[in-house]
Design a protein around this ligand. Structure first.
Ligand code: GUN
Length: 297
């Protein structure tokens, strides 16, 4: 293997430690403890494990989580009432609704109901609009984490050709936008690829920075990568494996072993982007609490 492995776990640990110090400082100065409302509907195993990890991280950072677990068959009105209650709760500074929601619920309407000043996921139309216009906003956690990982890897975005594969509202779309904005962690020339892109390798081979977020293992293989490129693998896929303790193994969207022979640097799965998503959520929650307490912009 020739690529440097970018250690998301270590960077996330540093970030979380900084947040923990910030939480202590805020409490000492104002008496306010940051609180996050965490809403999970149903029992999708991946969502349960993400939410559990987020709640553990909140506790370790000295924050409060207000956990709302709702059964699979929860109705739209009931869920909107939960959001309204969290919007009105002065001890809740941020709200996270774990996605995807079970079928039958209107995700767009639920997200739009979150008060923008509590939207620490950066998913509401108001936040997305602000981001695209370059106005102050909460950046969505996974794309923000990717930018931090690029910085840590020493991958300059300015003037680089960045190729983003995957057009989800949570990762690909915001990331393509952030990488192209006029900013120290932007200024890249961005090519935005997706499931309707023919001959994906023709584009990915031109990437100095390649971000893969399709949710499909094996999307990018070694011959699709430019030698020396920085590769960020956002995928977290459960691939059945009878020899693994839980009966599955976590795999990214890239063929890690092959791509690591060619790339200059690559994030592992697990231990790359995932921990940074949580760290960025904590940062946003702290900032939401600081704003509510009147000590931050
Ligand atoms: N599902 C997958 N990623 C995320 C995320 O960052 N936030 C929420 N709320 N749901 C998700």
């Amino acid at each position: 293997m020739s690529a440097t492995v970018i250690d998301g776990k270590a960077l996330a640990a540093e970030t979380r430690e900084r947040v923990r110090a910030g939480v202590g400082a805020l409490r000492a100065r104002t008496g306010v403890t940051p609180g996050l409302g965490v809403v999970l509907v149903g029992e999708d195993p991946a969502s349960v494990s993400y939410v559990t990890a987020k709640e553990r991280a909140l506790a370790e950072a000295g924050m409060r989580s207000v956990d709302v677990r709702l059964p699979e068959g929860t109705g739209q009105e009931e869920l909107l009432a939960v959001i309204a209650r969290l919007n009105a709760d002065p001890e809740v500074h941020g709200i996270l609704v774990q996605l995807p929601l079970p079928r039958g619920l209107d995700t767009d309407a639920v997200i739009a109901a979150i008060a923008p000043e509590k939207d620490v996921d950066g998913f509401t139309p108001v936040n997305v609009g602000r981001m695209i216009l370059g106005q102050p906003c909460f950046l969505p956690c996974t794309p923000h984490g990717v930018l931090r990982l690029l910085e840590r890897a020493g991958a300059r975005t300015r003037g680089a050709h960045a190729v983003v594969v995957g057009r989800s509202a949570i990762v690909g779309r915001p990331l393509a936008n952030l990488l192209s904005r006029k900013a120290p962690d932007g200024d890249a020339t961005v090519t935005f690829c997706h499931s309707a892109t023919p001959d994906l390798g023709r584009f990915t081979r031109q990437a100095d920075i390649l971000v893969v977020a399709t949710g499909r293992p094996g999307t990018v293989t070694a011959e699709m990568v430019k030698p020396g490129a920085t590769v960020i693998d956002v995928g977290v896929n459960r691939v059945p494996d009878a020899s693994a303790r839980r009966g599955y193994r976590l795999r990214g969207d890239c063929d890690f072993e092959g791509v690591a022979q060619v790339a200059g640097a690559i994030t592992p799965v697990p231990g790359g982007v995932g921990p940074m998503t949580i760290a960025m959520l904590l940062e946003n929650t702290l900032r939401a609490a600081e704003r509510a307490a009147g000590v931050a912009e």
